[in-house]
Ligand binder design. Sequence first.
Ligand SMILES: O=C(CO)COP(=O)(O)O
Length: 253
Amino acid sequence: MRKKIAAANWKMNLTYAQANELLDNLFSKKYSLSENQQVVIAVPAPYLHLAKEKTQGKNQVFISAQNIYTKKSGAYTGEISVEMLQSMGIEHTIIGHSERRDYFNESNEFLKEKVDICLENHITPIFCCGEALEVREQNKQNQFVAKQIEESLFHLSSTDIQKVVIAYEPIWAIGTGKTATSEQAQEIQQFIRQLIANKYDAATADAVSILYGGSVKANNAKELFSQPDIDGGLVGGASLNAEEFAAIINALA
Ligand SMILES: O=C(CO)COP(=O)(O)O
């Protein structure tokens, strides 16, 4: 079922003590979540256990990994498996963030394998897509994003694609303070939903949560999240401040 989600991506930030403090601060803030709303916090792997412990008893608040490997276990030094997440009660992971695509050469084909191992093991993939500035300048963003989605997701059944959360994150808006306007984000996210409807059907497309990411802040979240095809946000920098992220959660309402 389509959910509204405020997702935090801490990336490779914070010490253990700072992570501890941020979680305590965040959970001391007032925020309310209605039945179809969720908070997902993607923390660095060494803090998964700490974060998971702190969410005990908190409904609709989930801790997420930022990445996983394509294999269940074995000789893959330094990697994290879905089996490990499962064994800790972690139910989400980000997949294919543009930073991983760029710095670690993750291809659409490789990400397809990651999506598959997540779904086989009941982990929700938060699948990131989005174009670089050169692509947007040539007005080729729709084709670019369509290829990412088609090559990594369109082998899935209708039931399975509904379990994927898609995050549209234009690379030119990440960490730059340059947000896509709500019209720009709505336009491409409507295109993504239509792409899913064309491949599957309208009911399938309607059930998929599509988040926007790229310089989401407390002061622009409400406008972005009120667009019909923006089901929440994947938030980097602003999620490192409890006050700011609590305001973003409240903007889901
Ligand atoms: O990459 C992002 C979330 O995954 C967005 O980062 P910023 O919110 O810092 O622009």
